[in-house]
Design a protein around this ligand. Structure first.
Ligand code: NAI
Length: 275
């Protein structure tokens, strides 16, 4: 088996690293002795993460990065190469969650979700894959998909279109990386207690025009419902530990919940019912 890159002194970069699952991964990797480049698009999340990670000192480096922006990815690579030389762990975690029927969806709904959730992962792979392969040291890429990357929930069609793509991208990458010193895993979380409930409110101005226009009351109701479900979900630090274990064991899939078994069996049976 390949030697894994979770070693003190190694370098990681995490997208969407200032909140929720990303921040959980960052905290676990810092605890393991790595240096971590924490990237995110939201200044308020970055500010809070800087406070949370203050004790890490210069082992946590903060860099604003919108994963949908190719130029900003090039800037991130330049920062890593100039400051550290090599990157060893790349966690392509940033994503946005939005619910709505495809019958109502707008161009903005599709473009926002696919540009962040799918293109954002692809751009990260494109930017760093040659670097990770070339330096030859143990390295690993983890992308955050979702259980929604394997099954489609009610009103989850747009989200799942992108998240299924992330699963395919990482499965393909894992095959293509055979024989190289770079692993590839896909994280498929079920409910995790994060800030995902407020994503509808964080739409950038260009993607504001949602097809499922909601009143303030409806939005508040959806957020309250989501918070209630998420509160019963995993703690992001627990998920960070699962990601660490998944990298160390070079797992193809990292699941956060045993209950997903029955969901996966239902999907398998539904597929086989057509044969
Ligand atoms: P979160 O809201 O706590 O963290 C997501 C972070 O990504 C935020 O800090 C946000 O500012 C950042 N982000 C959003 N758009 C970005 C962009 N264009 N560029 C860079 N950063 C951006 O939410 P959470 O739950 O931690 O989300 C992380 C990932 O986990 C997402 O990919 C999400 O789809 C996935 N996920 C979450 C689940 C949950 O139950 N919380 C379940 C399944 C998947």
């Amino acid at each position: 088996m390949r030697t894994h890159p979770v070693q003190p002194g190694r370098v990681a970069l995490v997208t969407g690293g200032a909140s929720g699952i990303g921040l959980g991964i960052v905290q676990v990797l810092i605890e393991a002795g790595l240096k971590v480049v924490v990237t995110d698009v939201r200044a308020d999340h970055m500010k809070r993460a800087q406070q949370t990670l203050a004790s890490a000192g210069d082992r946590a480096v903060f860099f604003p990065l919108d994963v949908a922006d190719r130029t900003q990815w090039s800037d991130a690579r330049r920062l890593v190469e100039e400051r550290f030389g090599e990157l060893h762990i790349l966690c392509l975690n940033a994503g946005v969650g939005v619910l709505g029927s495809m019958l109502e969806s707008s161009d903005a709904d599709w473009t926002w979700i696919t540009s962040v959730n799918l293109d954002g992962v692809l751009l990260g792979v494109e930017t760093f894959l040659p670097h990770l392969v070339a330096h030859g040291q143990p390295a690993h890429i983890v992308a955050t998909s979702s259980m929604g990357g394997l099954v489609v929930a009610n009103d989850g069609g747009i989200y799942s279109t992108a998240k299924f793509g992330v699963v395919a991208l990482m499965e393909g990458l894992r095959q293509d990386l055979r024989g190289h010193n770079v692993g590839a895993s896909v994280l498929c979380p079920a409910a995790v207690n994060t800030n995902i409930f407020d994503h509808e409110r964080m739409r950038p101005a260009t993607f504001r025009q949602s097809g499922s226009l909601r009143t303030e009351d409806e939005l508040e109701g959806m957020e309250a419902f989501a918070k209630q479900i998420l509160a019963q979900g995993r703690d992001p630090i627990e998920v960070g530990k699962m990601v660490r274990a998944g990298i160390e064991a070079d797992k193809a899939y990292i699941f956060t919940d045993q209950n997903v078994r029955s969901t996966l069996i239902r999907r398998r049976d539904a597929l086989l019912a057509f044969t």
